[in-house]
Structure formats: structure tokens, C-alpha cells
Design a protein around this ligand. Sequence first.
Ligand code: NAP
Length: 356
Amino acid sequence: MGIIYIWETTHSTEPKSGWRRKRARRRRMSMAMKTVCVTGASGYIASWIVKFLLQRGYIVKATVRYPDDPKKTKHLLSLEGAKERLHLFKADLLEEGSFDSVVAGCEGVFHTASPFYHNVTDPQAELIDPAVKGTLNVLGSCAKTPSVQKVVVTSSIAAVAYNGKPRTPEVVVDETWWSAADFCKEMKKWYVLSKTLAEDAAWKFVKEKGINMVTINPAMVIGPLLQPTLNTSSAAILNLINGAETYSNASYGWINVKDVANAHILALENPSANGRYCMIERVAHYSEVVKKLHKLYPTLRLPEKCADDKPFVPTYQVSKEKAKNLGVVFTPLEESLKETVESLKEKGFFVPSAAL
Ligand code: NAP
């Protein structure tokens, strides 16, 4: 296999000015890695990571839980470049050593697999064990594999911003913030706890083993779906447009899935990438999201009332500095919402009225 040439994707995250773009491209070319692994490839974010990696010429070893289920694999196998350079492997986060043969020979590893849903009956078994033990399982395989130069872990803003510190419009959350496990337990935020414990365990492990790791910490990820199944964050938008009477009294950070996938690849390719990267275009209350949807689709039936009578949960800011320095260009929330609605329509999750 010769040198891998990297070309522009349609949705470039490169800095705009000419010399910066050239420097960024040179840097990426010199970091071009031949073979990489993506865990949880069937998923919403990982599918976009796989797509962009194939576009950039990588050989991708992708793990899925159910290789015989076309709903988990067909959209990956039909990606451009998949026939030549995508290899699927069966692996489960909770199976010790499951990732050894996948990581073998890889120079970069993207660890994205982790359960993301809210209705759980046994948080330890359903969320915390796969997140924490799964991350250590994947990192354990990396530690045994000399070819691995860098690991990019998909963490979350869940591991950053949940610690009981006030979050108000003047507060700026950044990568120095850490969520507090006790606070998450007290609030019974089990998914948030799973991501907090997983990232914490990961940093301790890589420090001990000398592994080069970067984490990407996105908030609510929206934008087009590649997979045919509905994921949790896309469901948040579907719920609004599919006849809900009320919207939640909550303020979340929002970010486009293509920007998140690109950030992962930039983190791998850029030798100076380090630590954590918060990925949020904007924090917005659900009421603002509904307003934006109304502006985009004036005939769409949208919830008019908040689910409770309490004051709106305040918004806050999240620093974009570090991500921008990595080369990320953020897609505006309005565009991400439009892409999400159009994709939900195209996938058949949402049947709009004729007027839309
Ligand atoms: P998703 O579509 O549900 O993807 C989750 C992936 O994890 C799926 O491929 C799933 O496999 C895999 N997985 C779950 N349990 C597993 C196990 N025991 N063994 C192997 N694989 C397992 O969700 P997503 O939104 O893309 O999330 C991907 C990552 O991004 C997660 O780490 C999540 O915490 C993080 N994240 C997501 C958001 C967001 O808003 N979407 C925000 C911040 C961080 P199956 O397909 O077989 O179920």
C-alpha cells in the first residue's frame, strides 16, 4: 500500500485563509495513517466517521455487534470506498479481548461505541459497565498493540458540564470543567454518569500505559442520519416535529454530526491535538429550537407550550476556542436543524403534511 493521499471532503473543516489551509493540509498529509479502527461503526456518529475516513483514503477496520443484521451494516457497506477499504469485525464492549484482532495493525483507533439512551432499568449493567469496562477493554487492546499511535475517544459534554456549578448565560464552560460522579448519581443522570466515569477511567489508564489519547466531547448531536435506525439525539428533534404537545424545559448544547466526525479525524491527523475538545455550536433552550423550526417550516405543527410552568432553564456558553484551533468550522444550528428534519423525512421517520 503506497502513500495515502488526502483530499477535501464536501464539508471541509479547514481554516479559511490560504496559507493556513495549505499548512493544515501539509500537516494532515504528513500524519496520514493507513489503517484505523472505528468501534461501534453502525452508530450515528461512527457511521459519519467511517464515511469521512473512507473519503480520505484510509483503510477502516470497523467493529459492529451484529454483522449479520443489514440494518447495522448495509449503510456502511454501501459507502464510497467501502468495497475496497472497509472491513467489518464483530466485537462487543463487554467481551474481554474482543477488540485485540481489530486493533492489530492499526495506527489510529476511534473508540465511539457506548450505549446512549435514557430509559434504563439497570443503569450499571445497561450503561455504566459497557461505557467504563468497554472503554478500558478497547484501550487494553491498544496498550498491547505497538502499531497504535493515537486513540480518539468519543466522550461527551456529559463528562464536562455536570458538577452542580451554576450554568447561566454569562458562564463559559470549557475543557477544564469536569463533571462530578456524585452529582450525577444524586441527580440520577445515569447516561451522564456513564460518560463521566468512562472518560475519567480512560485518562487514568492512558497515563499509566503511556497511550496518546484525545477526547471529543460533543453535546446533543444532530444533522443527517446515515443509519436506517433512530438514535437518541435525532429522536429529540423527531419528537418535536411529530406531534408533541409540549417541549421540555431544558437547555442543551447542539452540534452537527458532520462537524463531530470531522473533529475526530482532525484530532487523529493533527500531531498537536491534545486533551479534550468540547464540541458545541450553541446552547439553546427547547423553546428556541422550536422557534427556529417554525421559521424554517412555518406550516409544521410544533409544540406551543413548555412541559412545566417553572422559569426556563438558563442557557450557558461553551468555549469553541480549542476546537476552532484544531480546524473545526461549526455549522450553524439552523442549518443542522434543517438537515435533521430533511433526513428524518427521507428515512421515513417523519411523514410531513402536504403543505411542508
Ligand atoms: P448510537 O447511534 O446509539 O451508537 C452507539 C453505538 O455503540 C452503536 O453502534 C452500538 O452498537 C454501540 N454499542 C452499544 N453498546 C455496545 C456494546 N455492548 N458492544 C459494542 N457496541 C456497543 O449513538 P451515537 O449518538 O452515535 O453515540 C456514539 C457515541 O457518541 C457514544 O459514545 C455516545 O456516548 C457519544 N455521544 C453522543 C452524543 C449524541 O448526541 N448523539 C453526544 C455526545 C456523545 P449497536 O449498533 O449494535 O447497538
